[in-house]
Design a binder for this molecule. Sequence first.
Ligand SMILES: Cc1cc2nc3c(=O)[nH]c(=O)nc-3n(C[C@H](O)[C@H](O)[C@H](O)COP(=O)(O)OP(=O)(O)OC[C@H]3O[C@@H](n4cnc5c(N)ncnc54)[C@H](O)[C@@H]3O)c2cc1C
Length: 406
Amino acid sequence: MPDKNVLVLGGGVAGLSAALELARLGIGVDLVEKTSFLGGHAIQFSCKATDKCVKCGACVAEEKLEDVVRHSNIKLLPGSHVKKVTKKADRFSVTLQKTPEYITPQKCTGCGVCFEKCPSEGAIIRGFSKSNVPFYAVCEGKCLFVKDKSCNLCQEICPENAITLDKKSCSYSCETDAIIVATGFKAFSPESKPYGYDIFDNVITNLEMERMLRQQSIASRPSDGKEAKKVAFIQCVGSRDAKLKHLWCSKVCCGSALRMARLIKMRQPETDIAFFYIDVQTFGRDFQNFYENVQNDVRMIRAIPGDIFKTGDDRLRVNFFDNTAQDSIEECFDIVVLSIGLGPGEDTEELAELLNLEIAGSGFISASEDGIFTAGTAQRPMSIAETVADAGKAAWDTFKYLGIPQ
Ligand SMILES: Cc1cc2nc3c(=O)[nH]c(=O)nc-3n(C[C@H](O)[C@H](O)[C@H](O)COP(=O)(O)OP(=O)(O)OC[C@H]3O[C@@H](n4cnc5c(N)ncnc54)[C@H](O)[C@@H]3O)c2cc1C
């Protein structure tokens, strides 16, 4: 058993990377994830390789997750969040609240019968990676048994007897030598923007497009499942926005949207794709080359549209001012994809209070106290590659803090 132990908060790319680095250095890790599944945002992304790898980083989350679940120095605590932290003589005592393990991982084979037969939509949720065991989880907010005990169908029909609904959440306490905060970001909610999100079915976010391309390969209209023939991407939704006081660039959205556009064009060559932008942020060594090529497949329009309206034949009418033509233009699309920005994680303030973290004016974590380290997008927008590098640094700083002779 390792003598030193670190608590890592957050099971996204940052938390997985930091946990792995420490585990490989012989440190015991408790990896706490508040949702039912590890992998964070990036585990939902589709590989965007066309004729060759475009270095989107989507596979990194999958690889890290596979290694983490196999590592004997890492204890996984999904469905958990921190309630209390106290520090005594260089050690932290931490109390966690853990949601019940309704589906026993050792018994679940991932057959999916519970998911298919559940009468309450969204009550059984599915992970994105088979490395998450179990691959299914009970969503307490939607489960009829949790609500009023009116249904226990999944428990009755599970062929492995892996489901027990009559369980209570419990407290879990542990002692740790250091803490790494890797609680990530919150994607901007675009309901307040004039684009009809949550009103028109075919206005979706880039995160939803990522999931669509991962799960069903092609871009289709959510309203009727038909293949999309015209797609618009609108950039900087919730980023570089003075009214929202979100002045920062989210860094990853231009690259991510253009790679998705290229993938759609490869899989659905007939599809017309327009890309509305303020200016294109490039990142990564090969991006310039990629950007030059992508302009053969995608119409680049330097304008940010105004309102979006639904037409009588269920399409989306987008209005914008074309700077080149010096004219107002109206164009109809099948799907509009909003590239929502990266903002501070939703638990940041609560964690700041529990752990004495400093928060910058932007709302991201800016500094932490002795024995507490931060990693990844909890501090600012970062790409997956930057997140891995930052988590590696946080793990190394933690290792040095623990004072283990090398
Ligand atoms: C639409 C979209 C597309 C993107 N595309 C790309 C791309 O193509 N290439 C690229 O390099 N980057 C891309 N990114 C950026 C990429 O998502 C991030 O770099 C990466 O996810 C950061 O990982 P993270 O671990 O810091 O944060 P997250 O992925 O947010 O993970 C944080 C984890 O912590 C958990 N958590 C939060 N609060 C708590 C708590 N209190 N206790 C316990 N757990 C908690 C969360 O549930 C989550 O699992 C994209 C981002 C978006 C939004």
